[in-house]
Structures are given as structure tokens and as C-alpha cells.
Design a protein around this ligand. Structure first.
Ligand code: AKB
Length: 319
């Protein structure tokens, strides 16, 4: 992994992943790919090259890959689960036609490709607790349909053409740099912002709804470590369960109140997000990731909460 293209570099994952690889992989060139209207700014713009990289434009992708001799593509372009339910055709276009463009460029130019899957690739018939690596995947959301198809198409390109495709199934990701947009698990980020700003939090997910969650530093570690893993150890490829913590909204609120006792939460359940959440696992079994590439998360809920609150207090100057 030397010359890297991050597609979706200004999004929740991309903005932090681009900077991590630039900082931590010596000699790497990381191109921050973006779409017009979501231009990189500040350190992201100043610390390396940036190019318009729309997954729907195959010629544009091929040109960037050739010019920068890209060997690894992180394909982070996606509409998240709640937005994808509102715009299913656009979700299909970005997630599937876009993926096909990337895989074709990768096949022609010999790049490795990471396209994340998600807990959204599971559905109501999937075992909810200790969800196995290989199990039933019959999601009912458009987001989930595209995630299962992403896994299958990525595996197809590996088996048929030898394209080095690898991925994880991300849980809900909690971070403090760039907000997520339009996911079912976004509440678990937004509650921290509300707590630090002293605002009431209106929670769209009902009490008692468990979902897998992960702190962003662990998610970035997973994305980088998997792409650097010894391929001879990989039995699976697209995509590995990775887990770090699992909680429902009231447990998260209680943990935050240990630091900010004034946090107020009111529940106003969003039926679209709730239906999606009800169809997702409570807690995945990530033993294959642990066995095949030594996956191990560093943050649990208490450790993440300390770090999130400190970072947001610094950012909003509320100490
Ligand atoms: C979403 O909620 O849509 C995403 C996901 C879990 O894939 N955060």
C-alpha cells in the first residue's frame, strides 16, 4: 500500500482514513477523492493531492489510477441506510454501478480494493446474537441489498480475475471529526454532540434496541490492517465481521451521564430507522477476523466515551 486513492475522502470515514494513511505509512501518496460540493478543506486539502473522483465516472477513475500509479483503492462512496431508503435508485447507482466501475479499473490496472460492507448486510432472519461470519444475509433495506451485492461482486472479482478485494462489515461508527449522514446508527454520534453542547437529545431509536458499534480509531485500524494482512492467511475476503461493543440507547446515555449528568434524552422514534435497526444483529461474532488477520479492537464503551467527550469539549471549547 503505497499509492492510495480514497474515494469519499471528505466523509465520516474518509476524512480520518486519508489523514491516518498519510501520517502513518511512510512514503505513501494518498489521493483524496471527492465529488463537487464535498471538497476537502484544511489539513485534508493541504497535506496531499486531491482529485474529483466520482464512482459513476469510470474514465475519471481510470485516469486518476494511471496518473498516480494507484495500487490500493478505498471505495467509501455510499448512501447510508436511512437515506438509501428515501433514494433507492441513487443508492443502487452509487453502490453498485460505482463499484463495478472501480472493480473494472482495478482489474485492468492491478489495484487492491476495499469496499466496506456493514451490519446492514444482515436481515431479520439472521441470528441476532453472536451473528456468525457465514450466515443468512437477506436484508430488506436497499442499503442492505447493495451491501450483500457488494460482498458478492467483490468476491467474484477476486475468484474470477484475481483482484485483491478485501472488506469488513462495519458496525455503527462513532467519531468526532466528520458527522455521518443519514445512517441508522447516527444517533450514537449525535448524542455526544448534544451532551457536550448542553442540548436535549431527541433519540430516533427506541430504548432496548441493541446494535453493534465501534469507535473510529478501531475502524481505521481495521481498514488499514486488513489491506496489509498476509493474503495467504485469509480464508474469507468480503467481508469480515468486526465487533467492538454493543449497546442500546439508554446504556449509552447512562455512560455519558457519568461525565455529563445534565444530559437530557427524549425518545421520538423514527419508524424507518427503527425498522432497519430491528432487522440488524445485536452483536456480531468476529472470531474469523481475529484468527485470519489478528483483528482486536482497543476501545470499549467507557474508553470511547472518555475520548469522545474530551475531543468534543476541546472542539466546542466547553471546558
Ligand atoms: C448506517 O447506519 O447506515 C451505517 C451502517 C451501520 O452501515 N452507519
Amino acid at each position: 500500500m503505497k499509492n492510495v486513492l480514497v474515494i469519499g475522502s471528505t466523509g465520516q470515514i474518509g476524512s480520518e482514513l486519508t489523514m491516518k494513511i498519510r501520517r502513518e505509512i511512510p512514503g505513501s501518496t494518498v489521493v483524496a477523492g471527492y465529488i463537487p460540493g464535498a471538497e476537502p478543506k484544511g489539513e485534508l486539502l493541504e497535506s496531499g493531492p486531491a482529485e474529483v473522483a466520482d464512482v459513476r465516472n469510470a474514465t475519471q477513475l481510470a485516469d486518476i489510477v494511471s496518473r498516480y500509479r494507484i495500487d490500493t483503492v478505498y471505495n467509501l462512496a455510499a448512501l447510508l441506510s436511512a437515506v438509501a431508503e428515501r433514494k433507492p435508485l441513487m443508492a443502487w447507482d452509487i453502490q453498485m454501478n460505482g463499484l463495478l466501475n472501480i472493480l473494472e479499473v482495478a482489474r485492468e490496472k492491478g489495484c487492491a480494493v476495499f469496499t466496506p460492507s456493514s451490519i446492514g448486510s444482515f436481515g431479520p432472519e439472521t441470528p441476532r446474537v453472536n451473528t456468525p461470519q457465514d450466515t443468512i444475509q437477506r436484508p430488506r433495506s436497499m442499503y442492505g441489498v447493495t451491501k450483500v451485492a457488494t460482498e458478492l461482486l467483490s468476491d467474484y472479482y477476486f475468484h474470477k480475475y484475481g483482484v485483491d478485494t478485501r472488506a469488513v462489515r462495519f458496525p455503527g461508527l462513532i467519531s468526532n471529526v466528520t458527522l455521518p449522514g443519514g445512517g441508522t446508527t447516527d444517533y450514537a454520534v449525535e448524542i455526544y454532540y448534544a451532551a457536550v453542547k448542553g442540548e436535549e437529545f431527541v433519540c430516533p431509536i427506541a430504548p432496548g434496541t441493541y446494535m453493534d458499534m465501534m469507535y473510529m480509531p478501531d475502524a481505521l485500524k481495521a481498514a488499514v490492517d486488513l489491506m496489509q494482512a498476509d493474503p495467504s492467511r485469509l480464508i474469507h475476503r468480503n467481508a469480515f465481521n468486526v465487533a467492538a461493543m454493543s449497546f442500546e440507547p439508554e446504556t449509552l446515555a447512562a455512560e455519558i451521564r457519568r461525565h455529563i449528568p445534565s444530559l437530557r434524552v427524549r425518545y421520538e422514534v423514527d419508524p424507518v430507522r427503527q425498522a432497519i435497526a430491528n432487522s440488524w444483529p445485536d452483536k456480531m461474532d468476529d472470531s474469523c477476523a481475529r484468527a485470519e488477520w489478528d483483528w482486536c479492537p482497543s476501545y470499549d464503551l467507557p474508553a470511547m466515551t472518555v475520548d469522545m467527550i474530551a475531543a468534543l469539549k476541546k472542539r466546542f471549547d466547553t471546558e
